[in-house]
Design a protein around this ligand. Sequence first.
Ligand code: 13P
Length: 252
Amino acid sequence: MSNRTPIIAGNWKMYKTTSEASAYTAEFLGLVAGVTGVEMVLCPPFTCLAEVRRQTDNSPVRIAAQNMHFAPEGAFTGEVSAPMLKEIGVTDVILGHSERREFFCENDEDLAKKVAVAIEAGIRPILCIGETDAEREAGKTEEKLRGQIEGGLAGIDADMLAGMVIAYEPIWAIGTGKTATPEIAQQAIGFIREALTGRFGAGAAGRVRILYGGSVKPDNISELMAEEDIDGALVGGASLKAGSFAQIVKFS
Ligand code: 13P
């Protein structure tokens, strides 16, 4: 176990209306009252961000948006900017989730701009990277990860890196119930830290938190967290019930 504080983040994706989010948050806060030593992040849809922020104001829970535009404002129908998120108390933002890359054509060039803009605005980016099944089968996992790191982090320096979060989410493990084994997850995340060391130096690479995401559940979180380089989890399906997400938060 490293001295990096673990982060457990729940990505709700496009689930929950504001009233559902509100009931969840009240239940979740009760379940995790008194939990220390782990950063908790809730990532609701845009429509519930302000309400969930209001409910969690007197708690250590951080709130993340699931996407953000790189421009501060402009004619970009359907998009939301960093100043808009900042004003309502959003602390983090998921960037480059594989679903955004696949269904909404997000690319590394735009993500590099988003990462830099978020950091400058004081919003912590959680940059997602990961390979497909076919890329893993073809032995191209490291090439894919290296490309996404170089592309997505093109606009930042070592100090900025240390304050952000990377999430390794192998696409074949997302929503499939096919969790990466702790060994596979450690191997990929160890490689990511090595690649970051080459680019930004050992100091910053040693401080950046790298999460695993892909079918994380209450019954597999502990073995994943036991790995040296895994600093937390980005949880999808199992974060949608306050009870199972609270169990994951209390993994140790
Ligand atoms: P699941 O936990 O549902 O596999 O989703 C993972 C994910 O995409 C989190 O961002």
